[in-house]
Design a binder for this molecule. Sequence first.
Ligand code: ATP
Ligand code: MG
Length: 314
Amino acid sequence: MPEIISMGEALVEIMREKIGAGLDKPEVFIGPYPSGAPAIFADCAARLGGKVGFVGTIGNDDFGKVIQDRLRFDGVDLTYFQSKPEATTGVAFVAYFSDGSRKFLYHIRNAASGVIDKSRIVSSYFKGARFLHINGSAVSINQDWKETIYLAIETAKKNGVKISFDPNIRPEILGVDKVRALCQPIIENASIVFPSGEEATMLTGKKDPEEAVFALLEKGTDVVVLKKGSLGSTVYSRGTKYDVPAFEVEEIDPTGAGDCFDAGFLVSLIQKRSLKESARYANAVGALAVTRKGPMEGAPFPEEVDKLITLSKK
Ligand code: ATP
Ligand code: MG
């Protein structure tokens, strides 16, 4: 039985080889790389030694095989993962620009990644788990996913499983009001929230990220971990705040850093490290994640994380 359950879209990512090449003209792509925020999280947590189960859907095709092979190889439990013969695996096309921005073109909603039903949420699977990790990207796929995630939250609560939540949702697509409405029932039940500063302010309507964090804590969240890219992270719980600096690395591909960070934090908490130590551990995981091309390729193994932490102390 898993200690951590993650659910949502599994995709392949196909990216531009050259920085600056947009998606609106013929150019060279590379991939397929296994991807999808909830799947990246699951894979990274498994690599770090966590017992993780992933609930999601692929098509019965070669792109689906890329995802399934990777998750299986890294030891993710796939009991409630499914392959749908009549559907095609989800795809994200990505272009990178020299100012660090990214442009995405998704085939998620109308692909296998959009397929889910409530029968995949089985109460016995949640028994003994510590965390149900929810990604905002998954709640916003479609109605089926939204309802299945809300059911998973209820099931988690009945089984004493804590909810962790990474908002990771783009207001450009849905609009801020809809995003807030989708996230509200998750935030109300979450023990840990992992926002970026921008996400925290969007979700709470506060102007300043720290004010937004305090608003989240007031709503009942035990811990808020603010992710700050190359500036590291700050972990807040009632009455405490720790600023934890980033590790210095060369950033090759930022996609997936946030999901790997979340995985590092939860695995570290399960291994009984403190909040502050877990933020440091997660910073190291996030830093290593950006050093390789491909959203899941940089998900590190424990030896790499330990080495980075040890080196930085010297
Ligand atoms: P995404 O949603 O694109 O995956 P995010 O906004 O959720 O990303 P980031 O803040 O970009 O998350 O990254 C998560 C964590 O990874 C950071 O808090 C930091 O610890 C680490 N990290 C990310 N980028 C870098 C970097 N360039 N150098 C060092 N550490 C980094
Ligand atoms: Mg994120």
